[in-house]
Design a binder for this molecule. Structure first.
Ligand code: 5GP
Length: 199
């Protein structure tokens, strides 16, 4: 499980898409969300879009591995999403906020936690303005939220600065590749050498 968080405008979505397209055996985790579908989004592809009452019932039935309220809407990852991927032997990429990432850690879910940083606040604000999708007060709210998110970045396993898309992509690929080679994940490779447990 690779968990990626970032303030909005740091380029997280494009980087995650690029990773899914270029790395084998990596699947995007599709979250449940109560917000309205944006133009071009598809139910079951971008999110499972559900009503707040249905979300509430998932919370009550303990079907969520983590959930949080972000910008006034509810978002969560179902336990089924995690177990299905584990059963299929596929790594999951979770694009979730800091509150959700903290819950996964507190619930002792094994994962690699990556935080994507913008180069600085000025550049983040510039990117949010260049998107042209948000009003001034939304931009100011996103900037405030960004400071709040960045204040949590220190407990992530990796920090990646997205000053240049290609080098940020390379860093993320390197992180995933290295984590996949970790001894505790690759011990089974030793079995055919009868070397398991020997020094
Ligand atoms: P958006 O509405 O722009 O797609 O996403 C808004 C924020 O919600 C993003 O920061 C994204 O990381 C976060 N988010 C999306 N899905 C989940 C989820 O399942 N859990 C949590 N905790 N946050 C999520």
């Amino acid at each position: 499980m690779f968990v990626v968080s970032a303030p909005s405008g740091a380029g997280k979505s494009s980087l995650c898409r690029e990773l899914i397209d270029s790395l084998p055996n990596l699947r995007q985790s599709i979250s449940f969300a109560t917000r309205n579908k944006r133009e071009g989004e598809q139910d079951g592809v971008d999110y499972h879009f559900i009503r707040p009452e249905a979300f509430q019932s998932m919370i009550e039935q303990q079907q969520l591995a983590e959930w949080a309220e972000v910008h006034g809407n509810l978002y969560g990852t179902s336990l089924n999403t995690l177990t299905d991927a584990a059963d299929a032997g596929i790594d999951l990429l979770l694009d979730i906020d800091c509150q959700g990432a903290a819950q996964l850690i507190n619930n002792h879910q094994q994962g690699v936690f990556v935080f994507i940083l913008p180069p600085d606040y000025a550049e983040l604000e510039k990117r949010l303005r260049e998107r042209g999708t948000d009003s001034e007060d939304v931009i100011q709210r996103r900037m405030k939220n960004a400071a709040q998110e960045i204040s949590q970045a220190h407990w992530y396993d990796y920090l990646v600065v997205n000053d240049n898309f290609e080098s940020a992509r390379e860093s993320l690929v390197a992180i995933i590749t290295a984590e996949r080679c970790r001894g505790r994940r690759t011990m089974h490779l030793l079995e055919k050498f009868n070397a398991k447990g020997e020094i």
